[in-house]
Write a protein that binds this ligand. Structure first.
Ligand code: DQA
Length: 152
């Protein structure tokens, strides 16, 4: 079974983008970490990043279909700034009933007020916030454990 690790806008810049906030690990490193965690947990992790809202919606719809067919478990999703703006991403998750663990590298609640609200959280199965890039692995473990309490 597959799990999608989905990253939204500006996360392709991880490693050089505001390192004080997001650390110095690159997205390629994060994706390698996620694939290794997937292997350990017995799932095939597919990684995708886009700066385009519609491309993220397309992948959510695709994984909704795969889940229905029993070929995928769900998605770990860092929507970046779309977290705070996108009704369309909220609707996409709800629309296909995809189990999503929302993941943020930084503790958004300790930052600017405009980062305190998430359109994604009400559609998410769980949320991991403020653990740095290690949060992606925590989110993967949470997604697996939620489906199979004895694993992870
Ligand atoms: C982020 C937090 C968002 O507020 C911000 O727009 C990002 C990254 C995080 O991982 O901490 O792009 O999602």
């Amino acid at each position: 079974k597959k799990i999608l690790v989905l990253n939204g806008p500006n996360l392709n810049l991880l490693g050089t983008r505001e390192p004080a906030q997001y650390g110095s690990t690159t997205l390629a490193d994060v994706e390698a970490m996620c694939r290794a965690a997937g292997e350990r947990l017995g799932f095939e992790v597919e990684c995708f990043q886009s700066n385009w809202e519609g491309a993220l919606i397309d992948r959510i719809q695709e994984y909704g279909r795969l889940c229905k067919e029993g070929k995928a478990l769900g998605c770990v999703f860092n929507p970046g700034a779309y977290t705070h703006t996108s009704v369309a991403l909220h609707d996409a998750i709800k629309g296909v009933d995809l189990p999503v663990i929302e993941c943020h590298i930084s503790n958004v609640h300790a930052r600017e007020a405009f980062r305190h609200h998430s359109y994604i959280s009400p559609a998410a199965a769980g949320i991991v916030v403020g653990f740095g890039v290690a949060g992606y692995v925590v989110a993967l473990e949470g997604l697996v454990r939620r489906h199979d309490p004895d694993n992870a």
